[in-house]
Design a protein around this ligand. Structure first.
Ligand SMILES: Nc1nc2c(ncn2[C@@H]2O[C@H](COP(=O)(O)OP(=O)(O)OP(=O)(O)O)[C@@H](O)[C@H]2O)c(=O)[nH]1
Ligand SMILES: [Mg+2]
Length: 745
């Protein structure tokens, strides 16, 4: 979930640079291939206007951040520039590489600044609100760098709504100072009076930014804030919160003591305080989407200063500059998102698209799905049981001469060559034994199938505890800690009465909140044969942490019509962008021949008040025993906007796949959306090396030249472990020496 200016942004860890560095080559985003040579021809007049507006806004913004001594690498600047590029949508891809676009805008901004073109034509209207005595007027004075508004330590100093204007760093500021608000019941009437006069004023002159000022060191009074915030919302409307910066004065104050008696860490203190106010705003507006950013302020004249005379907080932050940057950023994003097709301004800070991009739905539509099967209809992967059973029986396990496994000390006594021979023989026998067991299982399956057909109805079995059923029930359960701990997920989510078709597992997350084991969810798997003829499966996963909870449910039921046709109906629920998406899907599979299966399917997803429809077609072909080809194509559409996709995948298995696990999958996909093609290719491979090592390689690459390479190797041999260690060290050092390369990942 992306957020603009997340809370953390208010507390940069380092002092912002005082000199400007030229942005690096690969600023902010990955390079994008140039596709259309002259995109301007394809644009409508309206689009062109919008783009021109965004271009102007971007250059202005870059000039402003340059004046403040920041550059495009500042975390807030990155987010604002990203928001601007979202406004333009896909033009970036059409035009060229986004980074060079940004670079040229930056160059242009620097050039304009160097020429001394003073007038930026950028103004900032600020409304300052807050309780009495928290330092509203003092903050305004700090912004202007002079005492423009009266302050008082003992009496309410500001008695009427008052506009104060001036120029700060070439920007015209019009700041509205307001009388302080009260938090008791008796103050309600006077608060409304003040707020009504504010309302009258802002009708004439709407603010670009609202500073909600509070002291950082008055946590205990928070309970009273809620009614005040509700009062502000009811008079001024909840829309003002979308442009509000929580402004915390007295920020040089020492953090209070934590529960353990030791003073809190400063960053922790700021975060806690910010969270508390954010939470009150959410409660007051009844809108959980608000996540206002915060700015730290210290108005005291004795505040530490740097050599340039700027006030510096104990954590090194030059707070006034950051406050100005936040004001410019809020205004830039706010004014440009009004005309944009993306995110409503009410969600300014919590950039949460109500809708993920269409290719997201396309990829889930094109996923190839297995149809749930009746117990007796199961087979093992793509292997044909008949073939395996009828295979030459000569190398059968039973025909081998007797073999006695040696103990560790006996093996140690053998010569190297003998050891190798011994292990080869051992591996060969293990393989044959596994094969034998598998054949037996398949034979049993086949017998059951025949029996089932004879009885006509499946599972009409007098003896549910028959051998097959109990074998299938082997269910992985996680190791129980030796002492009972009700908080341990292994104890909390355990089936006391294990059922063959029911599996519950805790989902662990190493970064989770819940206790030390990092547990944050539970997954449940269930399968059944409805009415003995419609196999169904259900999979649910629920995750919950302090911030959010998600659910993912996939359920399917299938029916077999004739020997070679099977239909599937499915219902899914998934949390997407904080909303629940409901999907209904249906598909039919035709087995044209033993080697070829064709599938056609439709899907409908309901997300909020929109519906995404999709259709797909898939063909799966086995070539020989080892190669499977899968091709599928489909389209999804929402309100006339359509995305098309084609996927192709080849899977190559080793000869005795079920015994060994060597496998290679080569895939390519092509998606067309908004008149653009995007391509991706992937390679997945797993193979064993020697007796004790396994390697899994994953490579994916897109036409935007971004991608990922991952190599996982596990081994139980010490020499190889050492080698792996050396390899990872080398890669780490190589990455350190070539820092730009992994930015695209
Ligand atoms: N130490 C410290 N004192 C501050 C800070 N901000 C304001 N003050 C002091 O707090 C007192 C009140 O500040 P004002 O700016 O008058 O507060 P106000 O919110 O404008 O108050 P009203 O106008 O009455 O609503 C003054 O004595 C300020 O000097 C700060 O950041 N740190
Ligand atoms: Mg005041």
């Amino acid at each position: 979930m992306a957020k603009v200016f997340p809370i953390e942004s208010s507390v940069p860890l380092q002092v912002p640079p005082t000199t400007v560095s030229v942005p690096r080559k690969n600023v902010a985003s990955s390079p994008v291939l140039e596709v259309a040579p002259n995109p301007d021809n394809e644009m409508t007049e309206e689009e062109r206007k919008l783009y021109r507006k965004v271009d102007v806004a971007r250059i202005k913004y870059l000039r402003l951040i340059h004046r403040l001594g920041y550059d495009t690498e500042h975390h807030i600047a990155i987010q604002v520039l990203y928001r601007l590029s979202l406004v333009e949508g896909f033009r970036r891809i059409k035009v060229a590489n986004h980074s060079s676009e940004l670079e040229s805008a930056w160059k242009k901004a620097l050039q304009l600044e160097a020429e001394g073109t003073e007038d930026l034509e950028f103004s900032c209207n600020v409304l300052v609100l807050g309780k009495t005595g928290v330092g509203k007027s003092a903050t305004i004075n700090s912004i202007f760098g002079e005492d423009k508004s009266k302050t008082s330590a003992f009496l309410p100093a500001t008695t009427a709504v008052k506009e104060i204007s001036g120029v700060v760093g070439g920007v015209k500021f019009r700041v509205v100072d307001t009388p302080g608000l009260g938090t008791t019941h008796m103050d309600e009437k006077s608060n409304r009076k003040v707020l009504n006069s504010v309302k009258k004023y802002i009708k004439r002159c709407p603010p670009d930014v609202v500073l909600y000022v509070d002291r950082i060191d008055t946590q205990r009074q928070d309970a009273n804030n809620l009614s005040l915030l509700q009062c502000i919302t009811s008079v001024l409307g909840s829309s003002i919160w979308s442009k509000t910066i929580i402004t915390l004065t007295h920020s040089a104050a020492a953090p209070p003591e934590g529960p353990s008696g030791i003073p809190l860490n400063y960053e922790m203190f700021v975060t806690q305080r910010t969270h508390a106010i954010q939470q009150s705003i959410r409660q007051a507006t009844n809108d959980p989407r608000f996540e206002n950013t915060s700015a730290l302020v210290e108005n005291h004249h004795l505040c530490r200063r740097n050599t340039e005379g700027e006030k510096v907080l104990p954590n090194g932050l030059i707070w006034r500059r950051l406050l100005l940057l936040l004001c410019y950023s809020v205004k830039t994003v706010e004014t440009n998102s009004l005309s944009a097709r993306v995110a409503s301004p009410a969600n300014l800070f919590s950039l949460r698209f109500r809708m993920p991009p269409l290719p997201h739905f396309l990829s889930s539509l094109l996923q190839s799905r297995e149809h749930p099967r009746c117990a007796a209809d199961q087979d093992v992967g793509d292997i044909d049981p008949d073939e395996l059973i009828n295979e030459d029986e000569e190398d059968d396990y039973d025909q081998l001469p007797p073999f006695k496994p040696l103990s560790k000390s006996q093996v140690a006594k053998l010569s190297k060559e003998q050891q190798k021979l011994y292990f080869d023989e051992y591996d060969y026998r293990t393989k044959l034994l596994e094969k034998k067991q598998l054949k037996e299982q398949l034979r049993r399956l086949k017998e059951m199938k025949i029996e089932g057909n004879n009885h006509d109805v499946l599972g009409d079995n007098d003896n549910p505890d028959d051998e097959y059923e109990t074998e299938r029930s082997v269910m992985p359960d996680w190791a129980l800690p030796s002492s009972f701990d009700s908080d341990d997920p292994a104890y909390r989510y355990r089936c006391l009465d294990p059922k063959p078709n029911f599996l519950v597992r805790a989902i662990t997350n190493p970064d989770g909140w819940d206790h030390d084991c990092g547990f944050d969810g539970v997954s449940l798997q269930y399968s059944l044969d409805a009415a003995n003829a419609f196999p169904a499966s259900l999979w649910v996963q629920v995750n919950k942490d302090k911030r959010e909870s998600t659910i993912h449910l996939v359920s399917s039921i299938s029916a077999k019509h004739r020997e070679n046709v099977s239909s599937l109906a499915g219902f899914d629920i998934q949390t997407i962008m904080d909303q629940l998406a409901y999907t209904l899907r249906g598909e039919s599979k035709f087995k044209n021949s033993k080697k070829n299966t064709t599938t056609g399917g439709l899907s409908m997803t309901f997300l909020g008040d929109t519906m995404v429809t999709g259709a797909k077609f898939e063909d799966k072909l086995s070539v020989g025993d080892r190669l499977t080809l899968l091709a599928n194509t489909g389209a999804v559409s929402i309100r006339g906007d359509t995305a098309y996709g084609v996927n192709m995948e080849a899977t190559l298995r080793e000869k005795d796949y079920l015994m060994g696990q060597d496998l290679a999958i080569l895939g390519a996909s092509l998606v067309r959306w908004h008149k653009e093609w995007s391509m991706a290719a992937k390679l997945d491979s797993q193979f064993s090396m020697g007796r004790a090592s396994n390697v899994a390689v994953h490579v994916d690459l897109t036409n935007k030249l971004t991608g990922r390479v991952s190599i996982k190797a596990n081994t139980s041999e010490q020499l190889k472990i050492a080698l792996l260690g050396v390899c990872s060290m080398t890669m780490y050092l190589w990455n350190r020496m070539h820092p730009f390369i992994d930015r695209n990942y």
